[in-house]
Design a protein around this ligand. Structure first.
Ligand SMILES: [Zn+2]
Length: 368
């Protein structure tokens, strides 16, 4: 872009334009904004906020290394920058410009990484990143195609780094510093155990489930329902029906004033008759797949969390993940308590009559 065209598009290079350009295009002007965002993220959720920030910084570092050194060495393509010396300094132009745009990589890498952990941030960060991209094209620092390539690459790097960081944090460090949570089994704990719930009419909440879940919400616990539904693999019901039943549960709980933050189910069974689901999976309890998935999605700290269920397979999740485990006597609870008392399985930390008493115990001051 030549100077005349630059001036024609942008008006005379006056103070207002300098200010806008300085705000949008120079990375250093992002630092105060990033600092405010950092404080907010860590204030909002200490553990997840910190991991999100580390991910964003790592993504920018990787993006820079890739954009500046690797790709530039491979695909360097020089382009003259705007020839107004003041603008040139302002927008940080060097002598030559390359594929891809490092500004585009960096701004979208931040959006991808932070947006992975805090979805609503995408609505602010992606437009802001695109504005940066646009400004790089407007000042003639990059070809539009280089900016698009940089944006896509940056977003992919940010998202991948965040996913990797979340996985490492939850799988290897148990989500230390994250939110506390209560994992509830579904059938026999939240609702009446009734032969795999093959029909939506069989679904019936326990009378104190919604209120008990509301008490957990109010105490700041994330509430996650984790349920083995091998009936899908066995051909008793379809996955669609299972989803409908789960939706009914969410609706009835919310009508009762409670909130379930997430539902995880395992439709698999190694001896199932429906081929798609007849697999040895990592999510069928007592395997911890569902807990790890929910932990990654919500940023949960297992050392501060509880698991509640009516089966030995629920109780075994406690020692496996560092959570305290509570057996409820509802559903198969009495039957499995018999096995536990005979020494056939690990004992829970507490035995409750039902979900209400389990929540009483969780909220008891001795265990905070
Ligand atoms: Zn599974």
């Amino acid at each position: 872009m030549d100077a005349a065209l630059f001036r024609a598009i942008n008006g005379v290079s006056g103070p207002w334009w300098d200010s806008v350009m300085a705000l949008v295009t120079t990375p250093s002007s992002w630092y105060p904004a990033m600092a405010i965002l950092a404080v907010w993220l860590v204030y909002k959720e200490r553990g997840r906020g910190a991991v999100a920030l580390i991910s964003a910084m790592a993504a920018v570092g990787i993006g820079d290394a890739l954009g500046y050194h690797v790709l530039k060495a491979l695909f360097a393509r020089a382009r003259p920058c705007v020839d107004l010396p003041d603008v040139r300094i302002l927008v940080g132009c060097g002598d030559a410009f390359s594929f891809p745009s490092n500004h585009a990589i960096n701004s979208l890498a931040v959006a991808g990484a932070l947006g992975y952990f805090f979805r609503p941030l995408l609505w602010g960060l992606v437009p802001l990143g695109l504005l940066v991209c646009l400004s790089r094209v407007a000042v003639g620092a990059h070809y539009p195609s280089d900016v698009v390539a940089g944006a896509v690459l940056g977003f992919a790097i940010g998202g991948s780094v965040a996913w990797g960081a979340a996985r490492l944090w939850i799988h290897k460090f148990g989500g230390r510093g994250g939110r506390k949570a209560v994992f509830l089994d579904r059938d026999g704990c939240v609702n009446v155990e009734n032969d795999h719930i093959r029909d939506i009419a069989q679904f019936q909440l326990y009378s104190d489930s919604a209120k008990s879940i509301k008490r957990l919400n109010d105490a700041g616990y994330a509430v996650v329902v984790i349920t083995n539904q091998s009936g899908v693999a066995r051909g008793y019901m379809t996955e669609e029906l299972l989803r409908e039943v789960n939706a009914l549960m969410l609706k009835q709980i919310s009508e009762g004033g409670g909130r379930i933050d997430r539902v995880e189910y395992c439709p698999h069974h190694p001896e199932g008759v429906v081929k798609k689901y007849a697999v040895e999976c990592d999510c069928r309890k007592p395997r911890p797949g569902m807990i790890l998935r929910a932990g990654m999605a919500l940023g949960l700290d297992f050392s501060k969390s509880f698991v509640v269920g009516d089966k030995i397979s629920d109780i075994e999740l406690g020692p496996a993940t560092g959570m305290k485990a509570i057996l409820v006597r509802t559903g198969f609870g009495e039957r499995d308590l018999g096995k536990i008392n005979k020494g056939e399985a690990t004992a829970p930390d507490f035995v409750a009559s039902g979900i209400k008493e389990a929540v009483d115990w969780i909220l008891g001051s001795a265990h905070k």
